[in-house]
Design a protein. Structure first.
Length: 400
């Protein structure tokens, strides 16, 4: 049994950290598999193409609900049992989706997939608890990279499996892999005795909001999360539209391959956690936000050069991931006994940003095309950079 934060430096070996990253990537990918196959789902379940997008909205809504209702439990319950239990339920939800015979079952299954995918955030908080303080940023950076890579590869994997064996194979394949990951986690996850035993569930949820009132760093970094993930969704949600339309008319598999460019950026940003450990979190944030703004100049060249587009995608995902890792490294150092609640509060803003970017970008694309989307993305990047500059002194004061 583990009960202290100081005696756990040896528990997060590179193998264990990599396993956490893989599990996080697989779990979060489950809520993004549907994006490139909406046309197949619309056809099979006789859902109007103009309304099939609500499937993504429902999944994200339940993901946001899970952030608030399930993730804080990591500060109250045995995290090992909580993680394994949520993953087992995720397997069941994936099988329900993969074998759905009606749109009602499909929507219910996807809602459960979204709700239970928040196990990724419980894993991030657990990894921060298991890591030694001196290497917490590195560990959180690597585990968080797994999440971003899972989001990006979900589109590629979904496209390939749909072409090979139909859309149902995506969810059944994922359920099988999740079972294998559960077996691995059962072997390596330690039992952790929670020091806080007297909290009721309602008070636990209340303290999520109390932490926002108490911690300036959490408020600042949550707003930055909202802005960068708004930008992230502004790129990835409508990207399929210009790539699949004339004159480019790329296939689903080819479009999904652009996720590989994003993976390169996410991997490059893993070092941001190490920089945060050394006290360079603010500088890393500022440089990353400048790169984020520059990336939209390249992304806007989509019709002229797919190579330039790929470079822009790499820069954008590098910047988003670097800021995200730095954010988490800072907030998870605030209260060792409340890491799951800190993660839950922070990630709610991530979820709001993702939903906002998706809705705004599709509307802007319909009205103003890809140029409008890029202008929107650049504007959000500029606001994020300005906000960072305006809060530099407040952040420095809070860190001290």
């Amino acid at each position: 049994m583990i009960s202290s934060d100081s005696a756990q430096g040896s528990l997060m070996s590179r193998y264990v950290t990599l396993l956490f990253a893989v599990v996080c990537g697989m779990s979060v990918a489950n809520i993004y598999f549907a994006q490139p196959i909406l046309d197949d789902l619309s056809s099979e379940f006789s859902i109007d193409p103009s309304t099939i997008g609500i499937l993504i909205t429902i999944t994200q809504i339940f993901y946001a609900a899970g952030l608030l209702l399930l993730v804080p439990l990591g500060d109250l319950l045995n995290q090992r049992k909580l993680i394994i239990g949520q993953m087992l339920l995720s397997v069941i939800a994936l099988v329900v989706v993969g074998t759905a015979s009606s749109s009602t079952v499909l929507f219910a299954g996807m809602a459960l997939v979204g709700l239970l995918a928040v196990v990724t955030q419980t894993l991030v908080a657990f990894a921060a608890t298991m890591a030694a303080p001196a290497e917490r940023g590195r560990v959180v950076g690597m585990v968080t990279s797994g999440i971003v890579i899972g989001i990006l590869l979900a589109r590629s994997i979904a496209g390939i499996l749909t072409d090979l064996a139909g859309w149902r194979s995506i969810y059944l394949f994922s359920a099988t892999l999740m079972l294998l990951m559960i077996c691995a986690l059962i072997k390596i996850l330690p039992n952790v005795e929670r020091e806080v035993k007297s909290l009721s569930y309602l008070h636990l949820l209340k303290t999520v909001f109390m932490l926002f009132a108490q911690e300036r760093i959490l408020r600042i970094r949550a707003i930055l999360a909202l802005l960068i993930f708004t930008d992230f969704s502004i790129l990835w949600t409508p990207l399929v539209l210009p790539l699949s339309s004339p004159p480019l008319s790329l296939s689903h598999t080819a479009i999904g391959a652009f996720g590989l460019a994003g993976v390169a950026g996410a991997l490059a940003a893993a070092r941001a956690g190490k920089l945060a450990d050394r006290g360079y979190g603010q500088r890393t944030t500022g440089l990353s936000l400048i790169l984020l703004l520059i990336s939209w100049l390249l992304i806007n060249r989509l019709e002229q050069s797919l190579f330039v587009l790929a470079i822009g995608i790499i820069l954008l995902d590098l910047a988003v991931q670097a800021v995200h890792v730095t954010n988490q490294s800072m907030i998870l150092a605030l209260h060792t006994e409340a890491r799951s609640r800190l993660t839950a509060g922070y990630m709610i803003f991530y979820s709001i940003g993702s939903a906002t970017g998706s809705i705004a970008s599709t509307h802007v694309y319909a009205l103003y095309g890809w140029d409008g989307v890029c202008l929107l993305g650049a504007s959000v990047s500029a606001v994020a950079l300005l906000f960072w500059a305006m809060t530099r002194r407040a952040t420095a004061a809070a860190l001290q």
